[in-house]
Design a protein around this ligand. Structure first.
Ligand code: CA
Length: 332
């Protein structure tokens, strides 16, 4: 085996015409299953010629809108209605998704911080490597559906990284607008060089992600954005026939720097002074951290270091140093 050969296989032919369900098999030999593998559900819907699109969710296992939207799409999408090929994976980090956790219980792997992966590494690193070496090269467009997960809640949004190339940026803006979330957060740089987003962009993909709510659950409103957004993107790409446009205009905002993030400096109970969606000014109180073991001690007060709209908040009230309690976005 060469250093780049993956032990991961997929048990269906992703080139075959028609619609096929199968599994990505990640070898995993355990006490309970000596010759076993991790079975990650996958479907390919392959019609006549057109773009090759990779749709993923469950990269973080505790984010549910995308998982449910892609399960619906797997059942409803028919090969005769598709111009191109759609590869659908609702639970990319299946072991994490099976237990509703951000990270894998097998190796504590955070899949979205392990790209481009390692064929000889942990199960999570092997999944990343398979995406990098097999799935991204055979596709040109990819969407990775995220939400805030157990610890964060977002205003439902698309999340993309801006391109310095004018033509690529125009194509990206057209695609994220077509998805039809109420809000688009355009980051000026990658949040992590080890993410699926960074890896897909390195492959030259038209790629974006979402942050559709969170707090470890899904709602009718956020689910509808996911369900319809996936169809609106496929229609925008010409893969399926046109669908109804989004009900409201998309607001485009910018993620530009560390001053937009508020972090807890100490351990305690966080009392926010803001709500999701509030517009705040630099220097405005963000809240305070109480010390339940030292009731006589004055709370630690936090302030916003920037102005903008609160687009994300921490869900659990218990905080420790380094926990992000809020982040802002700014108008263009
Ligand atoms: Ca996520």
């Amino acid at each position: 085996m060469t250093s780049s050969a993956s032990p991961v296989i997929v048990d269906i032919d992703l080139q075959a015409k028609g619609k096929h369900f199968g599994h990505i098999r990640v070898p995993h030999s355990t006490h309970e299953s000596a010759y076993g593998f991790i079975a990650i559900p996958i479907a390919v819907v392959n019609g006549c010629s057109g773009p090759d699109v990779l749709l993923t969710a469950g990269n973080h296992g505790d984010e549910y809108e995308g998982q449910i939207a892609l399960l619906k799409l797997m059942r409803s999408l028919l090969a005769q209605d598709v111009r191109g090929r759609v590869i659908i994976i609702p639970r990319l980090n299946q072991p994490a998704a099976a237990v509703g956790r951000r990270t894998s219980p097998l190796d504590e792997g955070n899949l979205n911080r392990l790209f481009p992966g390692d064929p000889m590494g942990s199960p999570t690193a092997q999944i990343a490597h398979f995406v990098d070496t097999v799935l991204l090269p055979m596709t040109q467009v990819s969407l990775d559906l995220h939400s805030g997960g157990s610890s964060l809640e977002y205003l439902p949004c698309v999340y993309a990284t801006a391109s310095p190339d004018t033509a690529r940026q125009a194509r990206l803006q057209a695609a994220v607008t077509a998805f039809g979330a109420p809000l688009v957060l355009m980051a000026q740089q990658e949040i992590s060089s080890r993410s699926l987003m960074a890896c897909a962009r390195a492959h030259g993909h038209l790629h974006f992600a979402t942050e559709l709510g969170g707090a470890g659950t899904t709602t009718p409103a956020t689910q509808a954005i996911a369900d319809r957004g996936v169809l609106r993107l496929l229609a925008h790409l010409g893969v399926i026939d046109p669908v109804a446009p989004p009900p409201d205009a998309t607001r485009m905002m910018r993620i530009s720097g560390s001053s937009q993030y508020v972090y807890a400096p100490v351990r305690g109970l966080f009392e926010p002074a803001f709500a999701l969606g509030d517009t705040v000014q630099v220097g405005q109180p963000a809240g305070c951290i109480h010390f339940p073991e030292e009731p006589e001690r004055a709370p630690c007060e936090l302030v916003f270091a920037d102005s903008g709209m609160v687009v994300c908040r921490r869900v659990p009230s218990l905080v420790a140093p380094g926990d992000c309690v809020a982040h802002l976005a700014a108008d263009f």
